[in-house]
Design a protein around this ligand. Structure first.
Ligand SMILES: Cc1cc2nc3c(=O)[nH]c(=O)nc-3n(C[C@H](O)[C@H](O)[C@H](O)COP(=O)(O)O)c2cc1C
Length: 440
C-alpha cells in the first residue's frame, strides 16, 4: 500500500513511516507513546480532558463528522452505573481503508486514544468492534492489548491512578450495516445487527442500555496528539474553525498511486489526486470523483478545486464521509458505476425498513435493465421517485447513502442513461413491464 508523501508534518501515519517501526509497545514508547495518558491520568480531571477535545475542534472521522468532545458531553453527569466506549473499526464503506492501516501498523496509538476517551467519559470497559475480515488487525490488536496490560497502561489501576480500563476486541461477521453505530451495539449485544430508532441516543441508552460513546478508529487515534501538543495546536491545522486537524484520505481507482494520504483538512481534490496520488493512471482524463466513500454523491472535474473539509464538500453537494476518495477516468460508464454501487447497497440492506429493503431491490432491477439496454425513458422518473421515497424515510442513514450515487449520476451524467435507453428503444429491446427474470 502506498504511504503518504511527507509533505506536511504527519500525525497519525508518522510513526509507521519511520524505518524499522514495527508498532510494538517498545517502538511506540520510543516514539513518545503513552505520554499523553501519563499526562492526564489522575492529574487532569476527566471533564477537563473532554473540554480539551472540544476545544481542539476534533470531529468524527467515521462519517457524520460530529464533534467528539461535544458527543462525550452528552453522557449523563454523575451517572453511577457502567458506561461504555465502543471503537468503531467496522470500516466497510467501499473505498475506505485507513482504519485498517492504523490498527495494523500502529495499534498502540489507537489503544492510547481509547484509554484517553475511557478516562474522559468514565468508562471502565471499551470494545473494539472490528470488521470480521480484518483477521490480521484483530490479532495485532489482541497482542497490543496484552502488551499494554502487562505494562500497566490498561487493566486495573492503570498507571497507579486507581482507574480501570479494560479493552476487548469483538470481531463482526461481515455486515456493512454493523458500522452504523446502533446496529453495532445490537451486534455487540449478540443480536442481529439492525439499527435502533433514535432517540434514545447511545449517549443515554447505548450498549446494554447504558450510556455509551461510539467513536471511529481515526477519531480516537488523534487523541494522544491533542493531549500531548495541546488543543490549540490541533485547532490551528486544516480548515479552522470547523474542520481541524489532519485527515487520512484513502485514494483508490484510476490514479497512479492509490493509497492512504494524511493531509491537512481543506486541501483541494486537485492537490490530493494530482499531487499526492500521482494523477491519472493513463492519458485518459478524469471523469468522476467520489469524495467521501460510496455513500457520498459524485463530483465531476468541475469540483477539482473544492476544498476537502466538512463544509466545503457539503456546500458542493456531497460529503466528506469516511474519507474514501475514488477516482474514475473518462470511459467509465457512470450508469454502470451507479449499478455496481447499488448492487452493494442492495446486498447490504439489513431489511428493517421497507423503503430501503424493497426500494434497493427495485433500484437494482431498474438500473440493471438500463445497463443491459432494456430500459425505457420512464425508468429515469422511476429511479428519481424511488430515491425520493427512500431518502429520509429509514431508521438509519443507509437510505440516504444508497440513493446518493444514483441521484448524483442522474444529475451530472443523465445523457449516459438516455443514450443507453435510446439504444434500447432503437433496438426494440425496451421492456414495458418488469419481467420476473429481471428481478433476480
Ligand atoms: C450504514 C452506515 C455504516 C457506517 N459504517 C461505519 C464504519 O464502518 N465505521 C465508522 O467509524 N462509522 C461508520 N458509520 C458511522 C457511525 O454510525 C458513527 O457515526 C461513527 O462510528 C461515530 O464515530 P465518529 O463520531 O468518531 O465518526 C456508519 C454509518 C452508517 C449509516
Amino acid at each position: 500500500m502506498t504511504m503518504a508523501k511527507p509533505k506536511y508534518e504527519l500525525i497519525l501515519l508518522k510513526n509507521m513511516l519511520q524505518p524499522g517501526y514495527t508498532g510494538s509497545l517498545a517502538d511506540y514508547e520510543r516514539a513518545g507513546g503513552y505520554q499523553a495518558l501519563r499526562k492526564i491520568l489522575g492529574k487532569v480531571a476527566p471533564a477537563e480532558v473532554t473540554a480539551m477535545v472540544t476545544k481542539s475542534g476534533l470531529r468524527g472521522r467515521g462519517g457524520a463528522g460530529f464533534p467528539a468532545g461535544i458527543k462525550w458531553g452528552f453522557l449523563p453527569k454523575d451517572y453511577q452505573g457502567p458506561k461504555y466506549l465502543c471503537c468503531n473499526a467496522d470500516e466497510s464503506e467501499p473505498g475506505t481503508f485507513k482504519d485498517r492501516q492504523l490498527m495494523e501498523r500502529d495499534p498502540h496509538q489507537v489503544l492510547e486514544g481509547i484509554a484517553i476517551a475511557c478516562y474522559a467519559i468514565g468508562a471502565e470497559t471499551a470494545y473494539i468492534y472490528i470488521r470480521g475480515e480484518f483477521v490480521l488487525g484483530a490479532k495485532i490488536l489482541e497482542k497490543a492489548i496484552a502488551e499494554a496490560r502487562a505494562a500497566g497502561y490498561l487493566g486495573k489501576n492503570v498507571l497507579g491512578a486507581g482507574v480501570t480500563i479494560d479493552v476487548w476486541v469483538h470481531r463482526g461477521a461481515g455486515a456493512y450495516i454493523c458500522g452504523e453505530e446502533t446496529a453495532l451495539l445490537e451486534s455487540l449485544e449478540g443480536k442481529r445487527g439492525l439499527p435502533r430508532v433514535k432517540p434514545p441516543f447511545p449517549a443515554t441508552a447505548g450498549l446494554y442500555g447504558k450510556p455509551t460513546v461510539i467513536n471511529n478508529v481515526e477519531t480516537l487515534a488523534n487523541l494522544p496528539h491533542i493531549i500531548t501538543r495541546g488543543p490549540e495546536w490541533f485547532a490551528s491545522i486544516g480548515s479552522p474553525p470547523k474542520s481541524t486537524g489532519m485527515r487520512i484520505f484513502c485514494v483508490s481507482g484510476h490514479v497512479k498511486r492509490p493509497g492512504n494520504y494524511e493531509v491537512p483538512m481543506g486541501i483541494t481534490c486537485r492537490d490530493l489526486i494530482f499531487e499526492h496520488a500521482g494523477g491519472m493512471r493513463s492519458d485518459k482524463p478524469l471523469k468522476a470523483i467520489i469524495p467521501g466513500g460510496a455513500s457520498a454523491s459524485f463530483f465531476t472535474p468541475e469540483h477539482l478545486d473544492v476544498k476537502l473539509d466538512f463544509e466545503s464538500v457539503a456546500q458542493a453537494g456531497s460529503m466528506l464521509g469516511s474519507g474514501g476518495v475514488t477516482v474514475m477516468e473518462e470511459g467509465t460508464s457512470m450508469v454502470w458505476a451507479a449499478l455496481r454501487l447499488m448492487e452493494f447497497f442492495h446486498h447490504e440492506s439489513c431489511g428493517k425498513c421497507s423503503p430501503c429493503r424493497e426500494g434497493s431491490s427495485w433500484l437494482v432491477q431498474t438500473l440493471r435493465r438500463i445497463v443491459n439496454k432494456r430500459g425505457r425513458m420512464q425508468d429515469l422518473e422511476t429511479l428519481t421517485d424511488l430515491c425520493q421515497n427512500i431518502a429520509g424515510r429509514t431508521v438509519c442513514a443507509f437510505g440516504d447513502a444508497e440513493v446518493a450515487p444514483i441521484l448524483s449520476t442522474l444529475k451530472y451524467w443523465r445523457h449516459e442513461y438516455e443514450e443507453l435507453i435510446r439504444t434500447a428503444e432503437a433496438n426494440g429491446s425496451s421492456e414495458l413491464l418488469m419481467p420476473a427474470a429481471a428481478r433476480h
